[in-house]
Design a protein around this ligand. Structure first.
Ligand code: COA
Length: 263
């Protein structure tokens, strides 16, 4: 087991090509401070350059919470300017995760509320344990979600259900989240990390170049003023000059398994 850096609010370890980032404030249900978010961002950025890392799991410590939201005690007395900066910086963190060219899976091991739900939603996939709960309760605090929740909830579950969840602040359980498409799978708590590892292990046998390009194309579907179809045409053409493409096609034509160099 390797560690890539030392952080205060998160734990990181690398095992079999997977970086696991664990939010480490169990006594506060892993509530997200500004510093915690910057640490997550730093770990994800660092992982992009580390060729030993093929995928990332984001999870919470303990068995009760993934993250019960942004840390309310930290922002309760913020000015308008501080709050605007908090939101903009939070968006930057969430966008960094969403734009990671290495797949990021949220292993949702309990409450994913407010900023915790937003953090899960910016990951490429969400796997939930049976005890997980999702919700955007910000309306109870007198604010709208500020880390992209109003937008990504619509993207994941559609406007109709998103409006209900965002306006009522209601929490939903893991099975309901599965029915809505908010999560990909629901498993027991014991199976949570193994399931995430299994998915990442499968993806790690694919071309890292192609995986990164698929993520870019998917993300462009949701970007205003960007044409995702044009992006796909560009990425498809550019793939042909990569070693991964040579390896993938050669392996197919010679009836062998590919061993992708990832460039
Ligand atoms: N910010 C700061 N602290 C938080 C927190 C948050 N978002 N969520 C939980 N905590 C802290 C609690 O204050 C408590 O700390 P304390 O032991 O020092 O008093 C600790 O975590 C445990 O939480 P507690 O409320 O006692 O657990 P519970 O099982 O009774 O309730 C929740 C769990 C998730 C229902 C409840 O903690 C909650 O509603 N949290 C806030 C959810 C929210 O509004 N998130 C959106 C924020 S933008």
């Amino acid at each position: 087991m390797e560690t890539i850096a030392t952080y205060e609010n998160i734990l990181t370890d690398i095992e079999e090509g997977v970086l696991t980032i664990t939010l480490n404030r169990e006594s506060k249900l892993n509530a997200l401070t500004l510093k915690t978010l910057q640490e997550i961002r730093a770990a994800v950025v660092e992982a992009q350059a580390d060729e030993n890392i093929k995928g990332i799991i984001l999870t919470g410590s303990g068995t009760k919470a993934f993250a019960a939201g942004a840390d309310i005690s930290e922002f309760a007395h913020f000015t308008e300017d501080q709050a605007t900066r908090m939101s903009a910086d939070g968006h930057d963190v969430m966008n960094t995760i969403e734009n990671s060219e290495k797949p990021v899976i949220a292993a949702v091991n309990g409450f994913a509320l407010g900023g915790g739900c937003e953090l899960a939603m910016c990951c490429h996939m969400r796997i939930a344990s049976e005890n997980a709960k999702f919700g955007q309760p910000e309306v109870n605090l007198g604010v709208p979600p500020g880390y992209g929740g109003t937008q990504r909830m619509i993207q994941l579950v559609g406007k109709g259900k998103a409006v209900e969840l965002l306006l009522t602040g209601d929490s939903i359980d893991a099975q309901t989240a599965l029915q809505l498409g908010l999560v990909n799978h629901v498993v027991s708590l014991d199976e949570l990390l193994p399931k995430c590892r299994e998915i990442l292990a499968k993806i790690s046998t694919k071309s890292p170049v192609a995986v990164g390009k698929v993520i870019k194309c998917i993300n462009d579907f949701f970007r205003p003023n960007v044409n995702g179809m044009q992006r796909e045409i560009y990425e498809f053409g550019e793939a042909f000059i990569t070693e991964d493409f040579k390896e993938g096609t050669d392996a197919f034509l010679n009836k062998r398994k590919p061993n992708f160099p990832g460039k």
